[in-house]
Every structure is written in C-alpha cells, then in structure tokens.
Design a protein around this ligand. Structure first.
Ligand code: GAL
Length: 679
C-alpha cells in the first residue's frame, strides 16, 4: 500500500530545501491529531523547510509484533508534503517497543558487572542482538516500501544517536559476537595471544571460546582486550546502522542516508562512520553556562565537516533554549541561539535543526525547550526561531559553499580509547581536554582548521597539530615524518607515539616512531600530582605555569624553546623545536597554561606562515570563509557580550542587513552576526 492520494505522488520528486535546511525533530505522536494542522501552519510561518520525523515511533507503528499501523503516519507525511516541508525520515528503531523486550528479554543490554538494563527509558537494546536487528530491519523494510515514493521523503535518518545510552554491552550474546569479531581480526588464537600480550598474568588463551568481554575483574582487565572491546563495540553499533542502510539502499537507492553523531563522542568513531553516510550530521547542545561553549562547538563542527572532507553537513539537533539533562539548565540568552546556529553554518553546515518542534507535555523531556514552547507562539523562543528561519531562507546562496584550511589537528579514536585506559602513568589524561587545549588557540587566532584522522592525506596542509596521539601506527608516524621532511610544520604534545595498535610499547626509546622527526627521546614520564604545578621558563625569560604532566626530554637534534623552571626536571626542555628536512617539528612535554599555549601556537603559526582568515580581529570575534558557486562569504560572529569593531580589507556588504551599503568597517553588537560579501 502506498501513501494516501491526498498528495500527488510524483515518484522521485523530492522537496529538497533550496538553501539552508531549517527545522527540527517532529514527534506528532505525542499530540492529538487536531494539533497537526496547526503544526504545519506554524512550520510555514517559521520558515521550516525540513523536519526529521518518526524517531521514537516504533511502538506506534508496530503496536504488536508484525501488526503495522502506518495510516496515522501517512497523514503526517501527507501533511508535511502538502506544506512543502521535506522529511528526513527516521527509521524508528532508536527505542524498541515494550512487546519486543517482553518477548525477547535477551535483547536487553548488560553492564560489565552483569546487571541487566531494563526497558522504561530508551535505547535498551544490546547492539549485538540478532533479534533486535531482525525486528529493526523488518520495520525498516516496511517503512522504506511504504514511503519510497512519497514526495515528502528527502533523506533517511538511521536510528538516532547510536550509543548514546548503550554504547557497550557485556551480555553473553555480545561475548559471542566479540569472539567472532576477534577471530575475524586475528585469524588464530596464537595471533590474539601475541596481540594481547597474554603471556603476562597467565592470560594465555587456548581457544577463542575462552575469551570474554572485559567484564568486572578483580583488577585491571587486559588493556589490549579493553581496547579491542572499544573497537568491537563501536563496530557492533555501526553494524546495526549498516544493516538498516542495506535495506534502505535496496529499496530507495537514490535517497541519501545519515545518522546523527553525538558531538564528538568517545564510543562512536565519527571518521569511521562518516564514510558510510551520504551526509554527516551531528547533534550539539551549547551550554549557556559555559563561557567556552562556542569553542567546544567549533571543534565538534570542524570534526563533522572534516569527517566528509569538507562537504556540507547537518546540525541535526540543538536546543532552541534550555535542555533538561544537565544539573542546571538555563535558557539561551537573547540572540545566542541565532549566533550559535550561524556558527554551524559558518563552519560548513547546510542544515540547522533542533530538538524538537513542539515542547512535550509529559515524559522525561517536558522541560527541554522546543521551537514551539509550552507557552505557544507569543514567546521569545518562537519569535527568535521564526526570525532565524526567515533569515536563513533569505540567503539560499550560502548552501553548497565550502571552506579550506591550512591547518589540521589530528584526532584518532583508537588512540583516544587507548590513552584513557587504566594502569597508566596518570589516569588524569583526557583526550578531549588536550585536543581542545590545542584547538582553542587556533580558534581564538582565527585560523581555519580541519580535524582529521592520522591516515588522511596531509599534503594540503602547512601546519599539523597532534595532541596526545598515544597510539600511533608506524605508517601514520611515517606520514607525519614525511610531512615535515617535505616542508610541513608539526606540533606534537606529550605522551604521543608511545604504543602500537595493540597497546604494546614501541621499543627503542619513547616515542620511537617520532624520535627522528622530533629530534629527541623521552627517558621518563613524570606526571604531576593533583593540583601540582611547575614553572616553565620561556626563551624571552618569562615564566608560566604548567600542570598535569612532565617528561624527561633528551634532545637529539632538537633545540630547547622553553625549559622546566622548577621541580625534578628543572633545566631540562619543556618545549622543543627541530628543523627536519624542509620543515619544523615542535614538541610540548607538559600542559601549558592557555596563555602560554596561545603564545606557542602563534609562534608555530608564524613559522609555518599560517594566518587568520581576517587579521586584526577583536577578541571573541570568530571569522570564517565559505566560498563556491553561490559566492564568497566571510562570516563574522561576536561571541562576546560587548560590541566589536572590525576593519575589513575591502568594502563589503552584509547580506543579512537588507539594503546595507558596502562598508570598510563593521560594528557587531554582542552576539551579533554578519555574513559579508564583496558582491
Ligand atoms: C538527544 C536525543 C534527542 C533528545 C535530545 C535532548 O540526545 O537525540 O532525542 O533526547 O538529546 O537534548
């Protein structure tokens, strides 16, 4: 059966939004049908061009096993098509219905200490569960068959935030799946024993049948086993997504697919997954109580854009105002929602969507803001949403344009998993904090930056920043070395290049695979006690503080840029610089203050001849460029509270300020946005 005839179904005619898609999660099942007509009317009023619908509709479309009821959803789709709103249709598999876990309790996930997670929340399925996947793909097949030719169908939204609540499962079915995954990876048990260093602590396995996930153990479970379990768990989630994608490709080969990432999330390797998406999409919830929330957002947006080599991406979820899941949940002050939405576009997004369209009356998210709040349309939130929807609609030419960067920051999920394992010199190392400590000075200096995996072609960059790349494969180390040899500039931070793919130390002096390019050797790791700090003496005689970590650096060609000024390593290098081939490699053996990190990054950028998008930018003003067939756009975003004056290199026009004349100077109010062009 096909959707109702109320809407002409011209097969393959889709409602692709012409410019920047704008909208949100639409959950009409939470509301009586009388509300739906108002929904689409308000969507038109607010400039909504796309919604993502059906995310949590499984129990409503399949109320009993195999008994499908799509009639109500047909009406939802028809209404949307009638209003010209495109649908990013969810596959509805994010939260299994109660009957499924009642009939098959074995789908429920288990924790490392053997506790079962029960239904009553959402995402209560073991990623390895065959029963879950069978039921999920059966539903997807019905859904795809039914809506394949529906004019509202624009793209598919597979699952929802994979791994958000259940990134890993330690149940017996996961254990069996883990063993199958390991036997594919290693082929024979001897190779696994070698890879996992099981000669240590009598862990030698005789058969794959003896291997378990790293369940609660008396002491540290084998680190290589933990690392492989992180890889396996990521892969088990990906296989859920791909099982659905396969069905969708078979039935609707020309409809693009995506799934929404949870920011930059430890359990889901954005780079690995993005290769399977037609468009990358991400959810990011700025925290209005966090002064630096735009910097964290910047990092996440750069990762998402870079994951598909700069192609436009989607901000699939953000909040119009407050969320409900932090300890304190305040609204976004006036103008911030607009500013942060434009930030996504400035960093390459072609879609800005929210969670959710209409604020829930009941359920766990009733205090989460929505585009249509409990108070209706005569509210600040709705007014700001409507104004933004109209603003985006006025500049369709931005969509499809792209940005370029001369700097890249390297991020690797394998290394992240390995870095944060237990039984290390310090358990205080946090991959995201170190990555952000390196990203922040680039962001603040206005330097366009991609974030890339270590096996990406680096030849297009002048500067590559490598924060804590603890696990480093030889070929990736060779790529970094060749990058510098050919004239690139490399900045590496401490505890990088230490172990191989199986968490075994690279022998020959730390960090063996990077020693040549860095021109040094590390003799001992010297992590600092909690709250302990050290002096770092810089070349100009100034002293800054450092914390978290230090290392005994033995230069082997590298020159000292700064040295430890106190503590057991006083007088030894804290920051080094090595001329190698036609390039330069810098090394930071401790965690510098943000100010010292900024000064170092500025120096490295100067050496690398990497400059900002616009010079002379006031503090708190972000500038980015997107260019393409639609034009050349300079985005200016004032993340500060105070007005900022910006001098432009040539007279430019703000495309958001109707009728404005070209100007050489622009004043941006606090939270202000301008999109400038010379045309
Ligand atoms: C996301 C999720 C949405 C909603 C939102 C609230 O994690 O995908 O369904 O729960 O958070 O912020």
């Amino acid at each position: 059966m096909r959707p109702s005839d109320a809407v002409a179904t011209d097969a393959r005619r889709r409602l692709r939004p012409a410019g920047i898609a704008f909208g949100g999660d639409y959950n009409p099942e939470q509301w009586p049908e009388e509300v739906w007509a108002e929904d689409v009317a308000l969507m038109k009023e607010a400039g909504v061009s796309m919604v993502t619908a059906g995310i949590f509709s499984w129990a409503e479309v399949e109320p009993r096993p195999g008994a499908f009821d799509f009639a109500w959803f047909d009406r939802v789709m028809d209404n949307l098509a009638g209003a010209g709103v495109a649908v990013c249709l969810a596959t509805m598999t994010a939260s299994p219905p109660p009957w499924l876990s009642r009939l098959h309790p074995e789908i429920l996930p288990e924790t490392a200490d053997g506790r079962r997670m029960w239904p009553g929340g959402r995402q209560h399925y073991c990623p390895s569960s065959r029963v879950y996947r069978e039921h999920a793909t059966r539903l997807v097949e019905r859904l795809a068959d039914r809506y394949a030719d529906h004019p509202a169908l624009e793209m598919w939204h597979i699952g929802n935030e994979y791994g958000c609540h259940t990134p890993m499962c330690w149940c017996d079915e996961s254990a069996a799946d883990f063993r199958r995954w390991l036997s594919e990876r290693y082929g024979d048990i001897g190779t696994l024993n070698e890879a996992w260093s099981t000669a240590f602590w009598a862990q030698r396995y005789d058969t794959f049948g003896e291997v378990l996930p790293p369940r609660l153990a008396p002491t540290f479970p084998n680190p290589a086993q933990q690392l492989d379990f992180a890889r396996f768990s990521d892969d088990a989630l990906l296989r859920c997504c791909l099982a659905e994608k396969e069905v969708l490709r078979r039935i609707t080969p020309d409809v693009p697919v995506t799934t929404n990432f949870i920011g930059v999330y430890k359990h889901v390797d954005t780079f690995g997954w993005a290769a399977h998406q037609d468009v990358a999409s991400v959810d990011f919830y700025q925290d209005p109580y966090d002064q630096d929330t735009h910097i964290s957002a910047g990092f996440v947006f750069d990762v998402t854009r870079s994951a598909r080599e700069g192609r436009p991406w989607m901000l699939m979820e953000q909040a119009p105002g407050a969320v409900n899941w932090r300890e304190r949940n305040g609204p976004k002050p006036p103008g911030r929602m607009r500013l942060w939405s434009w930030q996504a576009v400035a960093q390459g997004a072609d879609a800005v969507l929210y969670f959710q369209w209409r604020q829930s009356r009941g359920g766990a998210e009733k205090y989460h803001s929505a585009m249509v709040p409990h108070g209706g349309t005569d509210t600040r939130v709705f007014r700001e949403v409507r104004a933004l929807g109209r603003e985006f609609a006025s500049v369709p030419q931005i969509a499809g344009t792209r940005s370029t960067a001369e700097a890249a920051l390297v991020l690797d999920w394998n290394s992240w998993w390995a870095l944060e394992l237990d039984s290390h010199p310090s358990t205080a190392l946090d991959q995201m904090k170190i990555a952000l400590a390196h990203y922040r000075p680039l962001f603040e200096a206005g330097i366009a930056c991609d974030v890339v995996p270590p096996d990406r072609d680096l030849s297009g960059y002048r500067l590559v920043v490598v924060p804590n790349l603890y696990l480093l494969k030889e070929p990736d180390a060779e790529r970094l070395t060749a990058f510098v040899r050919r004239g690139g500039h490399l900045l590496v931070s401490f505890f990088s290049g230490i172990v191989d793919d199986c968490d075994r130390v690279h022998l020959g002096g730390y960090p063996a695979p990077l020693r040549e390019v860095l021109g040094l050797r590390i003799e001992e790791f010297w992590p600092l006690a909690e709250k302990e700090t050290l002096d770092v003496r810089h070349a100009d005689g100034t002293i800054s503080r450092a914390d978290l970590w230090s290392e005994a650096v033995v230069p082997e060609g590298a020159g000292t840029v700064a040295e430890f000024g106190s503590g057991p390593l006083a007088g030894q290098p804290a920051v080094t610089r090595h001329s190698f081939g036609s390039g330069t490699a810098w090394y930071v053996a401790t965690r510098l203050t943000p100010e010292a990190m900024r000064a170092l990054t500025d120096e490295v950028c100067r050496t690398a001849d990497v400059g900002p998008v616009l010079t002379g930018l006031p503090e708190h003003v972000q500038a980015t460029v997107r260019a393409g067939d639609g034009g050349h756009f300079v985005f200016l975003l004032n993340h500060g509270q105070e007005p900022a004056e910006i001098t432009l290199p040539e007279p430019m026009t703000d495309v958001l300020a109707q009728g404005a004349a070209p100007a050489h100077r622009i004043t941006l109010p606090g939270a202000g946005v301008a999109v400038l062009t010379t045309r």
